[in-house]
Write a protein that binds this ligand. Structure first.
Ligand code: F6P
Length: 550
């Protein structure tokens, strides 16, 4: 399918003109003119209730956005992804995280291999291993059962596992302790293991490439910690497993490849939490709950694949985010889960959205002439309300918000849950409709304070509501955001599946590492700022401990 460049598509041009008039409108008036829109601009799919009526959109906006999706070939590219075509063009790879959650009886041949059969072969190995750890059958080197599981990885090899563990803690085997080490800052490792017994600790070294400096540095320290305490190199066999696509490097590190769980180059790091990278999740919640999570992912995949665009949840979520960013000019999106278990979801979504769509060239290498990926950020409610919501309500930058809420708490306690959820609805209402001078005056507010208390409103939000957090629901939620990222990336015509932008910093740090040792005398040939920073760091390192600052 040959496409016009994005700014030349008729829907894009129509949306640009339409945005001019929409910017002069207010959600108060839009609701006044269309009082039933709250019952109309909503969608129910895969158990989710999606209210998008509080966006600055009309039926015309929505029709144009859907036209844009059609003119951008969203459905065709989606089908190409599901068929295993190499839609990751800059790395010449298929993009098949959807195959990770396909049922066993749905073969999918890619480049001559049934990838679904491979997925289920690895899932079976993961299940057997997870059960062995959970039951105490897998013993450490000295014969003690494993009580602590430490996932060592970074980026997609950390954020998915830690987010999923925290999200599904309620379903976890509580006798086991889970820790996640990602940062190359030694503090992360030292604090993670300081109260753990090495004899009862299993490390999962998670790295797609097995070449990531942070992970290998932490893994090396973990191996030394085990070998030093257990005084036997052979202990590695019982205390280390690897998750990777790279068997050679796993073996070179010293982990027996029989203790390696594989995945494939068609799984992007940030799309890997339900692959073997989810081994810690499976140990925590058990294979049955893990399967339920996969089913949730798959249900959203099927919906994305088959629902008409206008009733397609990821399509609508993606198009509305694009409308807010490209046409209304809002630079960020706030994701506010009103559930403490989802407290790492915003961090997870930051990698998913920004590593995917933070790109400035199109698939054919042209510099874009429009904005691509917005900044995603967030915190769980209601904590955020008592820190940055002030800016969201009255600041000069508008922040479209995705509220995520559940009708039932996993920990029902008194009035807590109704209080929590009342805040979701209240915040969305306040953002949209605000408070006028007239309303304040009618309430008897003093004239001097009225300008400070006026809430302009007209701030868009979505509400995603479902019954209860579960492994299935988490899977469907993650798949929803994955596909909404896909929709946006497809319209922008960028490669949402590569991440070249992270490479330069990595290369430069490898050059700088030897320059930081105090006895190093290599000629520094960076810019004057970097040279001076390095020199100053070296001289600070040589000074004694500064007890006054403790
Ligand atoms: O540096 C970015 C990145 O490549 C991410 O895309 C990836 O999730 C992370 O590093 C970790 O990579 P690996 O799993 O290969 O260690």
């Amino acid at each position: 399918m040959s496409l016009d460049s994005l700014p030349d598509r008729s829907a894009w041009r129509a949306l640009s003109a339409h945005a001019g008039s929409m910017k002069t409108r207010h959600l108060r008036d839009i609701f006044h003119a269309d009082p039933d829109r709250g019952t109309r601009l909503r969608l129910e799919a895969v158990g989710w209730y999606f209210d998008y009526s509080k966006n600055l959109v009309t039926d015309e906006t929505l029709a144009l956005l859907l036209q844009l999706a059609r003119e951008s070939g969203v459905a065709e590219r989606r089908d190409a992804m599901f068929a295993g075509e190499h839609i990751n063009v800059s790395e010449d790879r298929a993009v098949l995280h959807v195959a990770l959650r396909m049922p066993e009886d749905t073969p999918l041949e890619v480049d001559g291999v049934d990838v679904v059969a491979d997925v289920h072969r690895v899932l079976a190995r993961m299940s057997a291993f997870a059960e062995a750890v959970r039951s105490g059958e897998w013993r450490g080197h000295t014969g003690k059962p494993i009580r602590n599981v430490v996932n060592v990885g970074i980026g997609g090899s950390d954020l998915g596992p830690v987010m999923a563990y925290e999200a599904l803690r309620h379903f976890a085997q509580r006798e086991l302790t889970f820790r996640f080490v990602s940062n190359v800052d030694a503090t992360d490792f030292v604090e993670a293991v300081r109260d753990l017994d090495p004899e009862e600790t299993l490390f999962i070294i998670s790295s797609k490439t097995f070449g990531t400096l942070e992970t290998l540095t932490n893994a090396t320290s973990a191996r030394a910690w085990i070998v030093d305490h257990l005084v036997d190199e052979r202990a590695v066999a019982k205390h280390f497993v690897a998750v990777s696509t790279n068997a050679e490097k796993v073996a070179a590190f010293g982990i027996d490849v029989t203790n390696m769980f594989e995945f494939w180059d068609w799984v992007g790091g940030r799309y890997s939490m339900e692959s073997a990278i989810g081994l810690s999740t499976m140990i925590a919640i058990g294979p049955e709950n893990f399967t339920a999570m996969l089913q949730g992912f798959h249900a959203m995949d099927e919906h994305f694949k088959s629902a008409p665009l206008e009733e397609n949840l990821p399509v609508l979520l993606g198009l509305l985010a694009l409308w807010n960013h490209d046409f209304l000019g809002y630079p960020t999106v706030g994701v506010m889960p009103y559930d403490q278990y989802l407290h790492r979801l915003p961090a997870y979504l930051q990698q998913l959205t920004m590593e995917s769509n933070g790109k400035h060239v199109t698939l054919d290498g042209q510099h874009v002439t429009y904005d691509t990926g917005p900044v995603y950020w967030g915190e769980p409610g209601t904590n955020g309300q008592h820190s940055f919501y002030q800016l969201i309500h009255q600041g000069t930058t508008k922040v479209p918000v995705d509220f995520i809420a559940f009708a039932k708490s996993l920990n029902p306690l008194g009035e807590h849950h109704d209080i929590l959820i009342s805040n979701v609805f209240a915040q969305a209402e306040a953002l949209a409709f605000g408070k006028t001078e007239g309303e304040l005056r009618a309430e008897g507010a003093s004239e001097a304070v009225i300008p400070h208390r006026v809430m302009e409103g007209n701030r868009p939000s979505n509400v995603l509501l479902t019954k209860e957090l579960s492994p299935y629901v988490l899977g469907s939620l993650v798949a929803l955001y994955e596909h909404s990222v896909f929709v946006q990336g497809t319209v922008w015509g960028i490669d949402s599946f590569d991440q070249w932008g992270v490479e330069l910093g990595k290369q430069l740090s490898v050059k700088i590492i030897p320059e930081l040792t105090c006895d190093a005398t290599p000629e520094l040939d960076h810019d004057s700022s970097t040279n001076t920073l390095i020199t100053h760091y070296r001289s600070l390192k040589q000074t004694g401990p500064d007890h006054d600052h403790r």
